[in-house]
Design a protein around this ligand. Structure first.
Ligand code: ZN
Length: 314
């Protein structure tokens, strides 16, 4: 039986409430959008290739580099309306082919994997929204019904087909990620074929068409590790726009512990007791997953305390 002895202190990156009201009802109101764009308190940032500029503030925090709209680049851009905060400030992102180079010397380009760990919930929420829209726009320029080139609408949230009238909405692909435990409360961790040596993490995979997510958990664990799973419990979700996933995090109970890896996606899978995992961390045999992924949090919830930082023994 799993004992959940540890509640993480930090919210899961990219999931904390951002305080931004997406205000979807304004997306089709061109007059409102034009007024919001020209309002002096409105803030805008550029997103390009999944990156934006971030900068350190005097108090040591990191923030998204945002400007009033009159300072925004005038070149042709896609403009995404992201929402308003509780003070009525409106936020936009401009999608461009490159990031502007005229900001403060200390500003630097960063993607979500880095920025998601550094930014405030508000700024991380704005960036993940903008990056998800950018990825969807980039990959869906043509109508999937008739093949015509589509045009952007609804402040970045719809693509319309001028030929057949179809409206295309941003796409999100559900994926499941699960910490499987056995009747000895050991955790099943696997190594993907292309991962660096020593890295183990939770199993994961995409939900297939016509499949319930609980079934997806059971199928993926069996396909990748040969382990059969019974009870499946939802834990949390995390937007994962690389390019368009939503990670759905679960715990799952194995009904048979016998491991047979598929050898294609997963080259090795092992059951770890907490003591075994701690020793493996200490000796460097296993490197804990790091970064913004929900995988580290799922393992941490079972492990009972924060995982060691990368490269630091315990
Ligand atoms: Zn069409």
């Amino acid at each position: 039986m799993t004992t959940w002895t540890h509640e993480p202190k930090e919210p899961l990156p990219l999931t904390a409430p951002s305080g931004i009201d997406r205000a979807a009802h304004h997306r089709l109101d061109e007059a409102w959008l034009a007024a919001a764009w020209s309002h002096p308190t409105t803030r805008v940032f550029v997103v390009s290739g999944g990156q934006a500029l971030i900068d350190e503030t005097e108090d040591g925090t990191t923030e998204l580099v945002m400007t009033p709209t009159f300072e925004a680049p005038l070149t042709r851009s896609h403009r995404y309306f992201l929402g308003c905060d509780e003070d009525g400030v409106s936020y936009f992102a401009l999608q461009k082919d490159s990031l502007p180079g005229r900001f403060d010397q200390s500003a630097r380009a960063a993607g979500l994997r880095e920025a998601g760990l550094l930014l405030s919930p508000r700024d991380a929420g704005l960036l993940v929204h903008a990056v998800a829209l950018e990825n969807w726009q980039r990959l869906h320029r043509f109508c999937s019904r008739c093949g015509e080139r589509t045009v952007i609408a609804a402040a970045g949230h719809i693509r319309r087909c001028p030929a057949c009238g179809a409206e295309h909405y941003p796409r999100t692909d559900p994926a499941v990620i699960m910490l499987v435990t056995d009747d000895q409360d050991r955790a099943l961790l696997g190594r993907q074929v292309h991962w660096p040596e020593g890295r183990f993490s939770t199993l994961a995979g995409f939900v297939e068409p016509g499949e319930a997510i609980e079934e997806s958990v059971r199928r993926e664990v069996f396909e990748e590790a040969g382990v059969t799973v019974g009870e499946v419990t939802y834990v949390a979700s995390q937007p994962w726009p690389f390019p368009s996933s939503l990670m759905l995090g679960f715990t799952a109970k194995a009904t048979s512990p016998h491991i047979t890896v598929d050898g294609e996606e997963i080259e090795e899978a092992r059951w770890f007791s907490r003591e075994e995992l701690r020793t493996a961390f200490e000796t460097g045999e296993v490197r804990p997953p790091y970064g913004i992924s929900i995988a580290a949090r799922l393992i941490e919830l079972w492990y009972g305390e924060p995982l060691p930082k990368p490269g630091v023994g315990r």
